[in-house]
Design a protein around this ligand. Sequence first.
Ligand SMILES: C[S@@+](CC[C@H](N)C(=O)[O-])C[C@H]1O[C@@H](n2cnc3c(N)ncnc32)[C@H](O)[C@@H]1O
Length: 326
Amino acid sequence: MIELSRKQDGSNDTETFARDVAEGLSQYPKTLPSRYFYDAAGSRLFQDIMALPEYYLTRCEFKVLTENRQEIVRHFANDSFFHLIDLGAGDALKTKILLRELDRQQSAFDYVPVDISGDAMRQLSGSLQQEMPAVSVQAVVGEYFPALEWMHENKPERKVVLFLGSNIGNFKQAESIEFLKTVCSYLNSGDKLLMGLDLRKEPGTILSAYNDAAGVTAAFNLNLLRRINSELGGEFDIAQFQHYPIYNPQEGVMRSFLVSKKEQEVYIRDTGRTFHFDAWESIHTENSHKYSMQQVEELSSACGFRIETVFQDEACRFADVLFTVT
Ligand SMILES: C[S@@+](CC[C@H](N)C(=O)[O-])C[C@H]1O[C@@H](n2cnc3c(N)ncnc32)[C@H](O)[C@@H]1O
């Protein structure tokens, strides 16, 4: 396993976390970056979310990948060795559908999962060694771009990139174009990207997926404050905040907030500062964009990709789109 977590400016992960938290909580309106959701507890809670009855995304993508695995793998493997790079791999529950098929067909490839969560990468490496010992795995712990930079230097062969789970939806529109352009800049003509995208649908269905009856998504969102308490010496009283998600069907954006139930001051030791919250003031913690197929086409042509094939479930709730670098 490769760990790329040291920052180029010499700061360590905790200092960067403290700086990002101080910056986000000093803004008006307040924000916190969603990438900090995934400590060990956050990764476990996200696994629970994926099993929820309301969270259709994982089930739909699981079905799309299962039903189309042979065709997808046929597009990946063209008789030459390739690196299968899984950005934000997590527990790779759905990637394993493709890995099993590649393993079954004895394709020539290695698997390079990338994630900022070291815990997730340790668990995944262990589980793959048990389940698919013939598959060569080299997990990378780090942010997407340093990992792509490392691969550019160390993994010279043909590349197939996975970006599953509608992770792209967490970026704002301009950021997603920048992100995909940067991914494309690390690839060569003919390399591929398989990206999961949650499609626009009945708004109530989308809202329920982020506001489940059992309160697991609420616990996931509030875990961000717990993480600030345990890693940065924060003094958040978690019971004084509530999870609040809203879906805007015109923009196609699901947004999650943490709302302060009262006026309060919160000291965070590692920022050296106290932050003031008015009663019912919110912290914006996550965006999840939902796409029309027209937007997917616009995204691909803006970023140097061509759509090769679209795989969808029969109710058109979720798409896994295969792009080729032009
Ligand atoms: C929503 S989960 C998706 C997991 C899996 N790909 C799936 O489809 O089920 C997002 C994963 O991306 C990782 N992640 C989030 N931001 C990241 C970043 N900037 N660089 C690397 N990994 C990141 C998280 O740790 C988490 O495991």
